[in-house]
Design a protein around this ligand. Structure first.
Ligand code: GLN
Length: 255
């Protein structure tokens, strides 16, 4: 399963967020510690999103090649600073396209979104959920992948629901349709990070000035907390809240 990280705090370069720490996302691309059977390495591309000038609009860079082969990581991304960064390395689910467009984070306006996991029974299991979307939303999906559908469902919900509720609602409806799915979702607007842990690893570390939510702790500092399975986390500097998700009986019984 892919790995992702959301960072909020003092302005840093995007490259620092990707590479610093003994267990950085760069290291997790070839030596992840907790993949839970979802692949071995994360070599199917990567992506980063940041908020230029602390602004309202997110910017992104993505590449379908392994992160360790991309000169931007030690080049241009050392020149890009932000107080918010979302980054992901990808291990594509079998049968899904390997393109830059299929790499998280997916972005729109001020939102950046990432997914670790898979929708079981894709695509038949969630066809009815896709039918609920306006055709134009489906036609705008960045790639024909389960993660891109999740992003499209979340983005639609963001029109009417809070970020936390958007993730909760999408997790509940996807688990109802496909109970054995792995749904670690991560959403960020440059000021807050919202994420879910559904059958996959997730940790959070918050202090007065920083908030980091990551598939695996990226450093060995004190204060990392494991987000329990079936829970959501909301984090920003100085604030963290972990709450239980509503999971359908079929999900709990399948555990
Ligand atoms: N299923 C998603 C994809 O193929 C995410 C894969 C993963 O988490 N390893 O892009």
């Amino acid at each position: 399963m892919c790995r992702h990280v959301g960072y909020l705090g003092p302005s840093r370069t995007v490259a620092e967020v990707l590479t610093e720490g003994p267990h950085s996302l760069l290291r997790q691309s070839w030596a992840p510690a907790d993949m839970r059977g979802g692949g071995t390495i994360n070599a199917d591309g990567f992506g980063v999103a940041w908020w230029p000038g602390g602004g309202e609009t997110v910017a992104a860079y993505r590449n379908a090649a392994p992160i360790w082969t991309d000169p931007a990581v030690v080049g241009i991304l050392t020149q890009v600073r932000s107080s918010g960064v979302v980054a992901a390395v990808r291990s594509a689910t079998v049968g899904m396209p390997i393109t830059a467009d299929a790499c998280a984070p997916f972005t729109d306006g001020r939102w950046a979104f990432s997914h670790n996991g898979r929708i079981d029974g894709w695509p038949e299991s969630v066809a009815a959920l896709a039918e609920w979307l306006p055709a134009v939303e489906l036609l705008k999906m960045p790639a024909l992948t389960d993660s891109a559908l999740l992003w499209t469902l979340v983005r639609r919900r963001l029109g009417t629901s809070s970020p936390a509720d958007a993730l909760r609602e999408v997790v509940a409806e996807v688990l109802e349709a496909a109970p054995t799915s792995r749904l670690n979702l991560l959403l960020c607007d440059g000021a807050g990070v919202w994420a879910t842990a559904v059958d996959h690893a997730l940790s959070v570390r918050v202090d007065d000035v920083t908030a980091v939510v990551a598939s695996e702790p990226i450093d060995d500092r004190d204060g990392w907390v494991t987000v329990p399975d079936g829970h959501a986390v909301e984090a920003r500097p100085g604030h963290v809240a972990i709450t239980e998700l509503t999971t359908p009986t079929a999900y709990r019984e399948g555990r």
